[in-house]
Design a protein around this ligand. Structure first.
Ligand SMILES: NC(=O)c1ccc[n+]([C@@H]2O[C@H](COP(=O)([O-])OP(=O)(O)OC[C@H]3O[C@@H](n4cnc5c(N)ncnc54)[C@H](O)[C@@H]3O)[C@@H](O)[C@H]2O)c1
Length: 347
């Protein structure tokens, strides 16, 4: 499936916040793309996106899919499975935003369909490209650290139906599926797996302070990992507009303590070892430290286009997301059962 012209015609479904992010990121990557169609039923948004990006507003999603090599699915979550099915049936490469769907069963169907079509597929679990998490992974897997014993993962932000998100759909269960755990902390679940490994068993509770039906705004979980570690995840959507998306991750290894805080990409990441040595990396120093560890660039969109042109698989692909969905599903099942401990169904 190598593209002989060595350019990729890109289409966009959805012209909102994350579509704009990917469009800008594609430009920064310098990837050889041709800007084709964009469709969004919000015609003002579609027009603004087109004016800024060089795409052309098309009449409907079918026209966008027909006239591209690769399509970005950046619509609200309820639309992802249907639009991905159409795109892969047409043999188009797909970059699909997270969450893929409302549950792991649907997400698995999407990944299987993409595999069957032989297309390149990638999911928007962008923390997989973060400098901070890559460096933390290096610190965790360094034999000096010993085994991971425990992890404390906290993620909080103001509920994103206000502020710069100003999205109403995130309070509508039919469009978003659920609240902070599925919509936001699927990133965190993915990073917990990335840093510590497979989650085997968990117990979770959720709460709903805002009162939007089916939209939990607090989720807490206790996790047992296959490697023997235990950990916790706390995810909160509050009304403190001074706190946009903020994560703090603390990892306790046998002989090393690691903290990721500040910026999701640029840290700082700090660590202290049993011999009293400690370190901290942020910003440019962090970027330089992880550069040799990468197979490719730190730009998710540039890497997607590179994979499309090479006719190869991309990373993280839809299967990476399915694994995170399975854990999220288990958390919701546990919460629905009053916090009962539940085994995570593996592939
Ligand atoms: N990877 C990340 O870090 C990240 C960050 C933000 C959002 N997201 C995900 O991206 C998706 C979109 O979120 P957003 O923040 O950009 O929301 P948004 O509200 O800014 O944009 C979504 C757009 O989709 C459009 N849309 C709805 N149905 C459509 C259809 N059938 N065809 C075409 N367009 C349609 C809406 O009109 C809206 O303009 C969500 O699934 C969200 O979870 C991912």
């Amino acid at each position: 499936m190598t593209n002989p012209a060595a350019t990729v015609r890109i289409g966009f479904l959805g012209a909102g916040l994350i579509a704009t992010y990917h469009s800008k990121s594609l430009r920064h990557s310098g990837a050889p793309v041709v800007r084709a169609g964009v469709f969004d039923p919000d015609t003002e948004r579609a027009a603004a996106f087109a004016a800024a990006s060089g795409h052309t507003v098309y009449a409907d999603e079918d026209a966008v899919i027909a006239d591209c090599d690769a399509v970005y699915i950046c619509t609200w979550t309820s639309e992802h499975p249907r639009q991905l099915a159409k795109a892969v049936a047409a043999g188009k490469h797909v970059f699909c935003e997270k969450p893929l769907a409302f549950d792991a069963v649907e997400a698995q169907r999407m990944a299987d369909a993409a595999d069957c079509a032989g297309i390149t597929h990638q999911v928007g679990l962008v923390l997989r490209f973060s400098h901070a998490y890559l460096w933390a992974k290096h610190l965790v897997t360094d034999p000096t650290a010993g085994r991971v014993m425990s992890v404390v993962f906290r993620d909080d932000q103001f509920i994103p139906i206000q502020g710069h998100y100003s999205s109403t759909w995130r309070s509508d269960k039919a469009l978003v599926g659920a609240g902070t755990l599925l919509e936001h902390s699927i990133h965190d679940v993915d990073m917990l797996q990335y840093l510590v490994g497979d989650v085997q068993r968990l117990s979770a509770n959720t709460a709903n302070f805002h009162g939007h039906e089916g939209i939990e705004d607090v989720a807490t979980a206790t996790l047992r990992f296959a490697g023997g570690a235990t950990g916790t995840l706390t995810s909160v959507w509050h009304d403190n507009l001074a706190r946009p998306s903020l994560r703090r991750v603390e990892i306790f290894c046998e002989r090393r303590h690691i903290v990721i805080e500040g910026d999701d990409w640029y840290g700082p990441v700090s660590w202290t070892d049993t011999d009293g040595t400690s370190g901290s990396l942020a910003d440019q120093a962090l970027t330089e430290a992880v550069a040799p560890m990468r197979d490719g660039s730190d730009n998710p969109d540039g890497e997607f286009i590179r994979a499309v042109l090479a006719g190869s698989g991309a990373s993280p692909d839809l299967h990476t997301a399915v694994a995170a969905h399975r854990i999220v599903d288990a958390m919701y099942a546990s919460a629905a059962a009053g916090g009962e401990a539940i085994d995570v169904v593996s592939a």
